[in-house]
Design a protein around this ligand. Structure first.
Ligand code: GDG
Length: 466
């Protein structure tokens, strides 16, 4: 234990900073995102964040950034390939997202996943308070809770899964399912995005470990683990604040003038991932236009595809498929100077992102499976004028809270096309009523409530032996 080991320890695959190169070397910049902003105030009261610093950061020493202690974990190129690109992104990610791509099971990836989890555990155990609180994040580190528990039996260890937890039939495929479950059950509290995830987890713990269930509690090998649903949210106020900035308002107006004129603006913003249903969304737009070719004059659909996991073949393939559908739609329904689909393959600064949200009349979010989907919440937060319309897949965690959105089954092309039509033609009164209600829901649960709820539940738990 080091002298400064009091307070909360956060452990996630990545540190909450990005390395930005400049002419005299590099500097660290805080990564955008709700998880980071919700943790910063807590960590400033004492605490540390442990995570991988990224590919270009071998043997980095602990450092402070904006008053927070950051403890880097270095990964060798082979570990990045097997633990990260392999087991995390090509085994767990597809398996936990309805096997939308066949999960690949390779023993060398699994060995690397175990080794990297042990590496994280060693560094965390050395730096945390043995009876303190530690919060482990996400599917990259599912073995960590029990590895930490072995070293610090009295610690309050929480685990939060950002992605869905699959049903028994899918989870059953994993050759190392028992190890993964035992790894997670080292935690005192395990949080999921929805009650369905929590219930799937309890069912597999009973089925594959013979654990005993009592309500939300799981009893296994003399220990109790509590499970629950803790839907993540965003820093709502920071989005609302951005919508009040004259520079961002001007960007939104410009975007409207350039794109819309009096056409409705439909928007999609996603990491270019096969879980996000971008190809189905485009095919629904195509279905809508085939049935109503005149609508091509009434709307423009902007799709921002943020580059992601570009070295994984499934992602390259998805990118070409999306580009080919965009080309097909614009070839058939476009006219000189006016195309129905505008596609941007890039990262946008957060200010531009907000200006897009502000300009969009209709946000189209159609994942085939998604833990939560923060874009849905960011869009609602940015609609401070209570206008706008959210089309949302039933298969997102967000749909659980946002029942007033226009909910769709993304596999049902005719259904999505009809809902797009309904949204384009929707009257302002109905739009306002729905948006007001969505905004009301969002204000009840921002990311600060989320982290407080989780940490309070963890703090209240005694580390019990039964
Ligand atoms: C995982 C789970 C869960 C997107 N494009 C740009 C940009 N973004 C930001 C958005 C949003 C975030 O990325 C994406 O969050 P999502 O929730 O939509 O999706 P995942 O990345 O898959 O996240 C998900 C989440 O964890 C949290 O628990 O909701 O289900 O899969 O915040 O704003 N940000 C910037 N430029 C972009 O071009 N700056």
């Amino acid at each position: 234990m080091t002298p400064s080991s009091h307070g909360l320890t956060i452990i996630a695959n990545r540190l909450p900073v990005q390395r930005v190169e400049h002419k005299d070397g590099f500097r660290w910049q805080t990564s955008p995102g709700g998880l980071v902003s919700s943790m910063i105030p807590v960590l400033r009261q004492g605490g540390r964040w442990i995570g991988w610093g990224g590919s270009h950061t071998q043997s980095l020493q602990p450092f402070r950034h904006e008053d927070i202690d950051l403890i880097p974990v270095s990964l060798q190129p082979e570990e990045v390939e097997h633990y990260y690109s392999g087991f995390s992104n090509r085994t767990l990610w597809p398996l936990f997202h309805d096997a939308l791509r066949p999960p690949e099971f390779h023993r060398r990836w699994w060995r690397s996943y175990q080794n990297v989890n042990r590496k994280f555990a060693k560094i965390a155990a050395e730096n945390m308070d043995p009876s303190g609180t530690c919060w482990v994040h996400d599917f990259h580190l599912q073995l960590l809770p029990s590895l930490l528990r072995e070293q610090h039996p009295r610690a309050k260890i929480g685990f939060f899964l950002h992605i869905p937890f699959p049903p028994t039939e899918l989870f059953a495929q994993l050759p190392w399912r028992v190890h993964l479950l035992e790894g997670m059950l080292g935690a005192s509290l395990i949080g999921f995005q929805t009650p369905f995830g929590a219930s799937n987890f309890r069912n597999v713990a009973e089925r594959f470990l013979g654990a005993e269930l009592d309500g939300d509690d799981i009893y296994y090998r003399g220990r109790k683990t509590k499970t629950g649903s803790f839907p993540i949210s965003i820093d709502t106020e920071s989005f609302e604040e951005m919508t009040r900035r004259p520079s961002i308002q001007a960007m939104a107006r410009e975007l409207r003038a350039d794109l819309g004129g009096n056409r409705k603006i439909l928007l999609g913003i996603d990491r270019l991932d096969y879980t996000k249903g971008i190809d189905m969304r485009l095919r629904a737009i195509e279905t809508l236009l085939i049935a109503n070719p005149n609508l091509a004059k009434e709307f423009v659909f902007i799709q921002v595809g943020v580059p992601s996991r570009e070295n994984v073949p499934d992602y390259e393939e998805l990118r070409s498929r999306i580009e080919s559908i965009v080309g097909r739609i614009n070839g058939r329904f476009g006219e000189p100077g006016r195309v129905p689909v505008q596609y941007l393959y890039r990262n946008l600064p957060i200010q531009s992102l907000v200006s897009y949200y502000m300009a969009a009349d209709i946000m189209v979010i159609t994942p085939l499976r998604d833990g939560m989907n923060l874009v849905a919440k960011e869009y609602v937060a940015s609609k401070t004028n209570n206008e706008g319309c959210l089309i949302l897949s039933e298969f997102t965690g967000a749909a659980n809270e946002f029942q007033e959105a226009l909910l769709v089954n993304p596999h049902d092309l005719d259904g999505v096309a009809n809902t797009l039509y309904q949204a384009i033609k929707m009257g302002t009164a109905e739009g306002r009523r729905r948006m007001l209600s969505l905004r009301h829901k969002l204000h009840r649960n921002n990311v600060f409530h989320w982290s407080k709820n989780f940490l309070e539940s963890l703090g209240e738990l005694e580390v019990v032996r039964v």
